[in-house]
Design a protein around this ligand. Structure first.
Ligand code: IMP
Ligand code: MG
Length: 176
């Protein structure tokens, strides 16, 4: 499959304005309490960095890597931890940061896994939500944008590892 065109859906300005709002909401929720952001590699890197800058509560950043779709555009349903956290989250406030929730399988698996490590609290934040594709229900606390059932790239999201660096989010048009 080849990409024919990428149609801008959310501009860099729109994305960053929304992230600023999310940062304010999150700061109001945690106040002076420290929060540990868990960035799910690789897609959430751009979002996590931008969001972290907009949170005024004390912030720590940790990284975790889980298996993704590869060159496919649909979920295999199998979630694997490729790189685990290198810090303990026991007794800490955790905010899991995702780029997009599609079927919900990745977050649902991660949430259950992280809960067994006894954090003080655990919440979910996603830049994009595609509710039409949900297979597993997940309780999302913060959502940047709800988008239709279209494959998107940019601002961290990839197609076969490329296009993550686009400063905007766009719908992919595939060559027939
Ligand atoms: P889920 O487990 O089906 O919710 O899939 C979530 C993961 O699939 C995300 O973290 C992305 O890595 C990937 N994904 C889902 N939809 C898209 C998309 O439209 N563009 C790029 N990656 C996507
Ligand atoms: Mg991802």
């Amino acid at each position: 499959m080849k990409i024919k065109n990428i149609h801008v859906h959310l501009t860099e300005e729109q994305i960053e304005a929304r992230i600023k709002e999310l940062g304010e909401e999150i700061s109001a929720a945690y106040g002076d309490e420290p929060v540990c952001l868990i960035c799910i590699l690789k897609g959430s890197v751009f979002f996590t960095c931008e969001l972290a800058k907009r949170i005024t509560s004390p912030v720590a950043i940790e990284f975790m890597s889980v298996s993704s779709y590869g060159a496919e555009m649909s979920s295999s349903g199998v979630v694997r931890i490729l790189h685990d956290l290198d810090a303990s989250i026991e007794g800490r406030n955790v905010l899991l940061i995702e780029d997009i929730i599609d079927s919900g399988r990745t977050l649902s698996y991660l949430l259950e896994n992280l809960k067994t490590r006894n954090p003080k609290s655990i919440k979910l934040c996603t830049l994009l939500d595609k509710p039409d594709r949900r297979v597993v229900d997940v309780p999302v606390d913060y959502v940047g944008f709800v988008i239709p059932d279209e494959f998107v790239v940019g601002y961290g999201l990839d197609y076969d590892q490329y296009y993550r660096n686009l400063p905007y989010i766009g719908f992919v048009e595939i060559e027939e």
